[in-house]
Design a protein around this ligand. Structure first.
Ligand code: GDP
Length: 471
C-alpha cells in the first residue's frame, strides 16, 4: 500500500488529524532499536483506495540543542518511506523555526508535499492559511482537524499524488449500503465487507443540493422528498453555521439535503430573487455531492436555468435534471395545447443544456407527488457512479481500443496519450501522460470523455482530465 507521512511539531494538531484519519485502526510501532522511537502507523481509505499513514511523531524536545536532530529524523522517515507527505502547522500561531527547518527539508526531498494549515475552524480564518505560503509549499490547504473541515479536499489532493494503482481487478464501488454490508449465507447474515473508511469518511451519505431559479418548485420538491420520512435536522459539523440540513434515511442510505433554509429563501423583487438563486446555487453546490437542477416544465429551459446549470457542471458535482410541474404538461395543460411529447421535450432540454449531456433527466410533479421515488433512485445511482474507480490496467486496455482518428480535432491540436490513470474519484479525474504539455482541444476532451462513458459509465458525473507531459 502507498504510504502517507504526517509531519509537524507537537501541538499543531497532528495527532488530532491522525486520529481523525485513521480512527481506531492504528498500531504503535515501538522501539525498534536504532530505527524508530514511536512511529505510529494507521490505515485509511479514501474514495475507494487504501493507503497506510504514518505519524512520524516524535517529540520535538524542549532543549533547543536537540531540535535539529529530531526534525531531521522526522523528515528522514517521511522522505525515505512515504509516497506523499503532509506537513501540519498551527494556523493560529506564528511559524516557529522548527516549522521552517522541517519545511525546508521536506521541500527538497522530491516527494509530493502538502501543507495543512490546521485550526482554521471558520471560513473567515481560512483565508489566513494563505499567509503560510511563504514556507514555500505550492499545495496549501486550510483544515480543522477538530471540526473535520477541509479534510476531504486535503485527502483528494494527497490521494491524487500517490503513484497509480497497478492492480488489475474489477472497479471497486465504494458506496456501501445496508445490502452491501450484509450478505445472506447459510449462517445467516454475514458482513461481507467492513466499512473500510473511517468516521466521517464512510461514503454512505449523499449530500444533495436542490438548485434552480425562483418558482421552479425547489421548496415544493424539498417538501415532497423529505415529507414524512424526514429524520434529522442538523448542520454538518464544520460547515457554515447558519446552514440547516435535512436528512432522509432510506434503505440504509442517507440523503442529506444541504442548507434547506437557503432552498426556501426568496428574494423580495424578481431581480433579487433571481440573483439570490444563483448565489444560493453556488453555495449549495459547494456543500453537495449531487445536485438536482430543477426546471419548470411550463417555461422550459431559460437563460438563467442554463447559467445555473453551468455552475453545476463546473463544480464537479453530479447533476440530475429534474423537469418539474410535468402535471401541467399532460392532460391539465392550461394553454389548451395537447399533452407534450416526452421525447421531444427531452430533446429540447438536452439541446439547451448541451454541456450536461451526462446528466440523467427526470419528469416529475413535486406538488402532485409524481415520480418522487425515482429522484431517490437516481441520486443513489449517480452518487455511486461518481465514486467509481477504474484500474490503470482496465484504462489502458480501453485506451488501446479507442480510435482517435474519429475525434474531429485538427492535426496540429492532436496529442498522443501514452497512458492514463484515474487519479481521483468524485468527480472521476484522469491523468493523461502525453507527448505535449498543452491544454486539450475541447472536442478532443469531449470525445475522450464520451468514450470513457461508453465503456465505464460514470452516469451523472462530469469527467475531469489532467495532462502530464512525459519528459
Ligand atoms: P421555488 O422558488 O423554486 O422554491 O418554488 P416553489 O416550491 O415555491 O414553487 C413555486 C410555485 O410552483 C408554487 O406556487 C408551487 O405550488 C408551484 N409548484 C411547485 N411544484 C409544482 C408542480 O409539480 N406542479 C404544479 N402544478 N405546481 C407546482
Amino acid at each position: 500500500l502507498p504510504l502517507i507521512a504526517v509531519c509537524g511539531r507537537p501541538n499543531v494538531g497532528k495527532s488530532t488529524l491522525f486520529n481523525r484519519l485513521t480512527g481506531s485502526r492504528r498500531s504503535i510501532v515501538g522501539d525498534e532499536p536504532g530505527i524508530t522511537r514511536d512511529r505510529i502507523y494507521g490505515e485509511i481509505e479514501w474514495a475507494g483506495r487504501d493507503a497506510r499513514i504514518v505519524d512520524t511523531g516524535g517529540v520535538v524536545p524542549d532543549d533547543e540543542a536537540l531540535i535539529p536532530s529530531e526534525i531531521f529524523r522526522q523528515a528522514q522517515v517521511a522522505l525515505e518511506e512515504a509516497d506523499s507527505i503532509v506537513m501540519v502547522v498551527d494556523g493560529r500561531t506564528e511559524l516557529a523555526s522548527p516549522d521552517m527547518e522541517l519545511a525546508r527539508l521536506l521541500l527538497r526531498g522530491g516527494k509530493p508535499v502538502f501543507l495543512a494549515v490546521n485550526k482554521m475552524d471558520t471560513e473567515a480564518m481560512q483565508s489566513q492559511a494563505e499567509n503560510f505560503r511563504r514556507l514555500g509549499f505550492r499545495n496549501v490547504l486550510a483544515i480543522s482537524a477538530e471540526h473535520g473541515s477541509g479534510i476531504g479536499d486535503l485527502l483528494d489532493e494527497v490521494f491524487a499524488s500517490l503513484p497509480p494503482e497497478e492492480v488489475d481487478e474489477e472497479p471497486t464501488e465504494v458506496m456501501l449500503t445496508a445490502a452491501d454490508e450484509m450478505a445472506e449465507d447459510e449462517d445467516g447474515p454475514q458482513p461481507v465487507r467492513k466499512l473500510r473508511t473511517h468516521g466521517d469518511y464512510v461514503q454512505k451519505e449523499t449530500k444533495i443540493a436542490i438548485i434552480g431559479r425562483p418558482n421552479v418548485g425547489k421548496s415544493t420538491l424539498l417538501n415532497a422528498l423529505t415529507g414524512t420520512d424526514r429524520a434529522i435536522v442538523s448542520p454538518i459539523a464544520g460547515t457554515t453555521r447558519d446552514a440547516v440540513d435535512e436528512v432522509v434515511e432510506r434503505g440504509g442510505h442517507s440523503f442529506r439535503f444541504v442548507d434547506t433554509a437557503g432552498i426556501r429563501r426568496k428574494g423580495k423583487t424578481k431581480l433579487m430573487a433571481e440573483k439570490l438563486s444563483v448565489v444560493m446555487a453556488r453555495k449549495h453546490l459547494e456543500a453537495a455531492d449531487v445536485s438536482l437542477l430543477v426546471i419548470d416544465a411550463v417555461e422550459g429551459v431559460t437563460a438563467l436555468d442554463a447559467n445555473i446549470g453551468g455552475y453545476a457542471h463546473e463544480s464537479g458535482r453530479s447533476v440530475i435534471i429534474v423537469v418539474n410541474k410535468w402535471d401541467l404538461m399532460t392532460t391539465a395543460r392550461t394553454d389548451g395545447k395537447p399533452p407534450a411529447d416526452i421525447k421531444i421535450y427531452e430533446q429540447q432540454v438536452r439541446d439547451a443544456l448541451k454541456y450536461l449531456e451526462y446528466a440523467p433527466l427526470l419528469f416529475i410533479s413535486a406538488s402532485e407527488g409524481m415520480n418522487i421515488e425515482s429522484v431517490f433512485k437516481k441520486v443513489e445511482l449517480v452518487s455511486r457512479e461518481r465514486r467509481k474507480r477504474v484500474t490503470t490496467g482496465q484504462m489502458n486496455r480501453f485506451l488501446e481500443k479507442v480510435d482517435f482518428q474519429k475525434a474531429s480535432v485538427p492535426m496540429a491540436k492532436r496529442i498522443r496519450i501514452y497512458y492514463m490513470t484515474q487519479a481521483a474519484v468524485a468527480p472521476p479525474t484522469f491523468v493523461l501522460f502525453t507527448d505535449k504539455d498543452v491544454k486539450m482541444h475541447f472536442s478532443f476532451e469531449r470525445f475522450l470523455a464520451n468514450q470513457i462513458r461508453d465503456n465505464f459509465g460514470f452516469i451523472g458525473s462530469p469527467i475531469w482530465f489532467k495532462i502530464k507531459a512525459r519528459n
